[in-house]
Design a protein around this ligand. Structure first.
Ligand code: SF4
Length: 216
């Protein structure tokens, strides 16, 4: 069980190195954020940001996307993993949003996850980013960092990780710390090749020994 002192150390360090951590997906309208998050499944944000300007200028509204030709959408997003499924889901989600939610992105979690291709993680990102609802979206970075820093067990699944993080973090920190964990995982504590010898959290971390041994 992580002590309050350890938690404070981690959060203070995150605030020092990542004071402005936030969403790195580019969007101008709410539905564009939803689509960008759908595209980002198993795909880096930078790759998503390369295709969305083309997609959103060709189809610049929910209505246009709902009526879009699937093959044309596929062609625009074909550099993205699972592009065929994602193209199908984006068009179907925009159609359902038009039919059931007057073309607006719903804030309710059950409504969001009723949209094709929208799971809990996507719904949590959208709720936090668009509606400022305290949510923690557990992606690959959050999973890795939560495990390494001892927020959760190494064997915990995403549902348990989300539950434990919600319990351990102050609610007013959910959105900020979720972004900080993603950025820490992306830029400081990658899956491999991280610089543990320079990490101030090395005494807390469960992965440190293995990597320090490699660096020596
Ligand atoms: S010691 Fe290494 S693995 Fe652990 S948190 Fe720091 S950078 Fe990540």
């Amino acid at each position: 069980m992580m002590t309050n002192e350890t938690l404070t150390r981690i959060l203070t360090y995150f605030d020092e190195i990542l004071p402005e951590a936030g969403c790195e997906l580019n969007y101008r309208q709410p539905h564009e954020l939803l689509i960008a998050v759908m595209l980002s499944a198993q795909t880096p944000d930078a790759s998503v940001n390369r295709v969305t300007p083309i997609l959103f200028s060709r189809f610049n509204s929910v209505e246009a996307l709902a009526q879009a030709d699937r093959e044309e959408v596929e062609t625009i997003i074909r550099s993205i993993g699972l592009f065929k499924t994602k193209a199908k889901n984006i068009i179907a989600a925009m159609r359902m949003m038009q039919e059931r939610f007057s073309g607006a992105v719903p804030s309710d979690k059950a409504f969001l996850t009723s949209l094709p291709g929208v799971g809990i993680k996507t719904a949590n990102v959208v709720r936090a980013e668009l509606f400022h609802i305290p949510e923690i979206a557990v992606d690959t970075h959050v999973t890795r960092i939560a495990k390494r820093l001892g927020f959760v067990k190494m064997s915990d699944d995403v549902t348990t990780i989300e539950k434990k993080l919600r319990k351990r973090l102050p609610i007013e920190r959910y959105i900020k710390t979720h972004h900080q964990m993603i950025h820490f995982g992306r830029y400081y504590c990658q899956a491999r090749g991280m610089k543990c010898a320079h990490c101030p959290l090395v005494d807390i971390c469960r992965e440190k020994n293995k990597n320090l041994a490699v660096e020596k």
